[in-house]
Design a protein around this ligand. Sequence first.
Ligand SMILES: C[S@@+](CC[C@H](N)C(=O)[O-])C[C@H]1O[C@@H](n2cnc3c(N)ncnc32)[C@H](O)[C@@H]1O
Length: 210
Amino acid sequence: MDKDYWKDIYSKQSEGERPSLFAQYIATTFQLSGKRIIELGCGNGRDAIFFANANANVTAIDQCDNIIELLDGRFKKVNNLTFKCLDFTCLDDMMPFDFVYSRFTLHSISKGQEQKVVKWAHRNLNPYGKLCIEVRGQKNEIFQVGIPVEGEPDAFILNDHYRRFLNFESFCDELKTIGFRIDYAKEEKGFAPYNGTNETYIRIIASKQE
Ligand SMILES: C[S@@+](CC[C@H](N)C(=O)[O-])C[C@H]1O[C@@H](n2cnc3c(N)ncnc32)[C@H](O)[C@@H]1O
């Protein structure tokens, strides 16, 4: 979904920005050196590069071949950072990770795909590995703005861009049912101020329980 939207953005602007506040929060909360991290939907790679600079072993994937080719070329010689062009909703199982990191990506996919992704994350984490998610929820300021998507009650198209807004409580319940313990979960402002706006987002860190 929305692949052309993102490819178009990356064809015009591929330069990394500063790491997100979420990535900085993860790096100050956990010891990342030597840990295996996979980023689902890495975009211009700013957070993946930041984690690699903290000496984590990072695999970063995105569906957009243009940005992945560019990042792969730029970081080919960096041993602890790999970029791959893949769809994160249909990944094969891999060697287990210590962290599965997804920032602003779960609202790009349908409910069914999201359920598949969190189950994949649970299977592909080490015991007590962390699932780290930042995403738009139903307290987000543009929830229900735009054209409703038929058959998907929480999804809307705004400016030709699909977004599905997660229900905070039911998403936490879904994670617990799969076998995660919720370590941190909030839906509030302050997580991602951008260009003078300060919208409400969900931030969750959950640990895989054996
Ligand atoms: C809002 S951007 C976030 C980029 C990055 N995580 C950040 O916070 O800077 C969403 C990214 O997710 C990617 N994406 C969305 N759905 C995807 C999918 N099914 N598989 C792989 N990448 C996907 C898009 O191509 C886009 O680069």
